[in-house]
Design a protein around this ligand. Structure first.
Ligand code: GTP
Ligand code: MG
Length: 202
């Protein structure tokens, strides 16, 4: 995919603020601080378009980006940051599952996990939710540059087992590194395929 333009559209704090429909969207989901915004910037080859943070758990907004004027990336708020009050944590769940459940234009959910760690209980819940709602998804294990090649292979295998697909199939897990670009082609292939299924040529 050649990215000829990538623009921030808006931050939405509630459904009324979501941009108009009819444009296919790819959502990025995962734990707080896992690297969702860095993945977006790395895929687009633009530094600082999606805001990366050293203070996790701050934003509850959905951030929409328009790519090539044809489709959108949606950076969803991260979950599981321990120091966030329970009430805010609950509203996050509602914001995220509300978007996932209602957004007809969603063609692919990219579930971002940390390649160094086992998926958390919330990761498993999100994964089961995506499968139960038959939402096409891809698991991306990021920060791969922080592991040796052997460790990475072992960890990715464990993540695939924990977040397994229905009927005992093993889920596809793409190892990714924002600084090195490892996995970039594979993720773009999955995005391009999801867009092709959704609509006319891209
Ligand atoms: P929230 O929006 O707070 O939920 O975080 P996020 O999931 O968007 O994570 P973000 O992209 O802000 O990255 C968090 C931290 O991890 C930053 O310090 C990034 O530089 C770092 N990071 C993200 N991806 C990678 C990666 O592939 N490799 C390395 N080494 N660091 C990464
Ligand atoms: Mg972010």
């Amino acid at each position: 995919m050649k990215v000829s333009s990538a623009e921030f559209v808006k931050s939405a704090f509630n459904e009324a603020q979501w941009p108009g429909g009819g444009v296919p969207e790819v959502a990025f989901l995962g734990r707080s601080n896992v690297g969702k915004s860095s993945l977006i910037n790395s895929l687009l080859g633009v530094k600082g378009l999606a805001r990366t943070s050293s203070t996790p758990g701050r934003t509850q907004a959905l951030n929409f980006f328009s790519i090539n004027g044809r489709f959108r990336f949606v950076d969803l708020p991260g979950y599981g940051y321990a120091r966030v009050p329970e009430a805010i944590r609950r509203s996050w769940g509602e914001i995220v599952t509300g978007y996932l459940a209602k957004r007809g234009d969603l063609v692919l959910s990219i579930h971002v996990v940390d390649s160094r760690h086992d998926p958390t209980k919330l990761d498993v819940q999100l994964h089961e939710w995506l499968i139960a709602h038959a939402r096409p998804h891809l698991i991306v294990a990021t920060k791969a540059d922080k592991l040796s090649r052997n460790e990475l292979r072992r960890h990715v295998g464990r993540i695939a087992e924990t977040l397994s697909a229905p009927a005992g199939q093993v889920s596809e897990v793409v190892a990714y590194s924002a600084p090195t670009g490892l996995g970039r082609e594979r993720v773009w292939r999955a995005i391009t395929a999801a867009l092709a299924v959704s609509q006319a040529p891209f």
